[in-house]
Design a protein around this ligand. Sequence first.
Ligand SMILES: [Ca+2]
Ligand SMILES: [Ca+2]
Length: 84
Amino acid sequence: MTKLIAFLAAALLSMTAFAGDKDKKDHSMKHSAATFDSLDKNGDAQLSKTEAAADKSLADSFAAADTNGDGYLSKTEFEARTKS
Ligand SMILES: [Ca+2]
Ligand SMILES: [Ca+2]
């Protein structure tokens, strides 16, 4: 009986530790998400492909996010992407 309780306690502890790691990971991912203004290095209110390269997930979806296909992301295009 004591063994069972010890096993359950250990299982519970490892579950708690796992949940804690997941929370930490989600938080750091949220923290690292770049904003439009922080990515727009030259301040022309458009993100070039070079500027977008600073955010890997944005760089990966640049072509899809550039809905009018002019090779730049406007703030509207950037926000439409982050909303979905
Ligand atoms: Ca720019
Ligand atoms: Ca565009």
